[in-house]
Design a protein around this ligand. Structure first.
Ligand SMILES: NC(=O)c1ccc[n+]([C@@H]2O[C@H](COP(=O)([O-])OP(=O)(O)OC[C@H]3O[C@@H](n4cnc5c(N)ncnc54)[C@H](O)[C@@H]3O)[C@@H](O)[C@H]2O)c1
Length: 335
């Protein structure tokens, strides 16, 4: 969402220096767009590894207003330099593919676990006063034991990505508790909107659905009965900004969630309806995916409501409409 002086949440960052790791990715670029008018300095760090979600087109409209640093968060020396002097670090860089974490577990370990520790160490050594927000994930709960899932639910990741993201999150809490590095963690659920990877299903199945729909090709729905909640990216950006600026959020973990719970087949129908046409086929789950599927999931996000004053505002139908409209216009930049 384009921001302006009526954006009171973004106004909290007036004159501040901000670092966004993963800033050329889906959520990072949307956050940058909201912050760009108020921040004194906005640095986006991203490795642009081709298979990941970074895309320079995500920030094409911001190029003159932000500083882009093509660095890898695994590079300890770069991170030590980059965290110096910033007021806020939004730590969003990550390997996000669950399947990739199973086929190449060490890359996931290095990015989602070890590099997170290096970022915190860099802050401890060079900028202990920085305020951090870490993008964690609902994946770390694994298969829900009860629904909706609140923050007290046991953590039982079903894939390597979940284990490393869990460690990344715990480091942020630990450094807050032990060293006073003020950080907060948000456990995001499925996030969607303009800027998400649609080339393939690496980031989210919804991405490939949108791509095929816009290309007027049928998409596949696996199983279809699984329940999920979805957060539109603008709502996630609100939560990131609220967490960064709430004193009561320091050292704390919050679920994000959606305002509707929907089965995947109903989501597919809604998407087709939003598009004004399209087709999908229902198929059985491929065996390699089924092994790491979590079944039904939706979040209890009352803590975020109480402490951050955050509630997801964008309805699924409206979010899907904006998403499809975006990719109708810009699909070729994401292929
Ligand atoms: N999108 C979702 O549904 C969702 C759900 C739960 C958690 N999250 C978390 O939110 C964060 C942002 O996700 P996103 O959806 O914007 O994904 P994304 O892939 O679009 O963004 C992540 C960015 O990190 C960059 N990156 C990856 N490895 C890097 C490295 N080693 N060094 C520097 N940059 C690197 C990528 O190039 C990409 O631009 C991730 O940490 C992800 O785990 C996202």
């Amino acid at each position: 969402m384009p921001a302006d002086a009526t954006d009171t949440l973004a106004a909290r960052f007036a004159g501040k220096r901000i670092l966004i790791t993963g800033g050329l990715g889906f959520i990072g670029s949307n956050l940058a767009r909201r912050l760009v008018w108020s921040a004194a300095k906005l640095v986006l760090v991203d490795s642009l590894i081709p298979e990941y979600g970074g895309n320079l087109f995500n920030v094409a409209d911001l190029r003159d207003a932000v500083q882009i640093n093509i660095s890898d968060v695994r590079d300890v020396h770069s991170m030590r330099y980059l965290v110096r002097g910033v007021d806020y670090v939004f730590n969003l860089a990550g390997q996000t593919s669950h399947m990739d974490s199973m086929t190449d577990p060490y890359a996931d370990l290095d990015i989602n676990c070890r590099a997170q520790l290096s970022i915190l160490e860099a802050c401890r050594a060079n900028n202990p006063g920085a305020r951090l927000v870490y993008a964690s994930t609902r994946q770390i709960y694994g298969r829900p034991q009860y629904l909706p899932v609140d923050e007290k639910h046991p953590l039982n990741p079903v894939d390597v990505n979940g284990i490393n993201k869990m460690a990344g999150e715990r480091y942020h809490v630990l450094y807050s508790d032990v060293y006073g590095i003020r950080s907060s963690c948000l456990r995001l659920t499925n996030t969607y909107g303009p800027g998400m990877r649609v080339k393939d299903a690496r980031q989210t199945f919804l991405g490939i659905w949108v791509r095929l729909l816009v290309q007027q090709k049928p998409f596949e729905v696996w199983d279809g009965e699984q329940l999920r909640d979805f957060t539109y990216v603008d709502d996630v950006v609100d939560a990131l900004m609220a967490a960064a600026t709430a004193d009561r959020a320091v050292g704390q973990i919050f679920n994000l969630g959606g305002n509707e719970v929907v089965s995947l087949v109903d989501l597919a129908r809604l998407l087709v309806e939003t598009n004004g046409g399209g087709q999908f086929e229902s198929k059985a789950f491929p065996a390699d995916r089924k092994r790491i599927d979590i079944g039904d999931y939706y979040s209890d996000y009352k803590r975020a409501q109480e402490i951050l004053g955050w509630t997801p505002a964008v309805k699924l139908s409206a979010g899907l409409r904006r998403t499809v409209a975006y990719y109708r216009e810009h699909l070729e930049k994401y292929l």
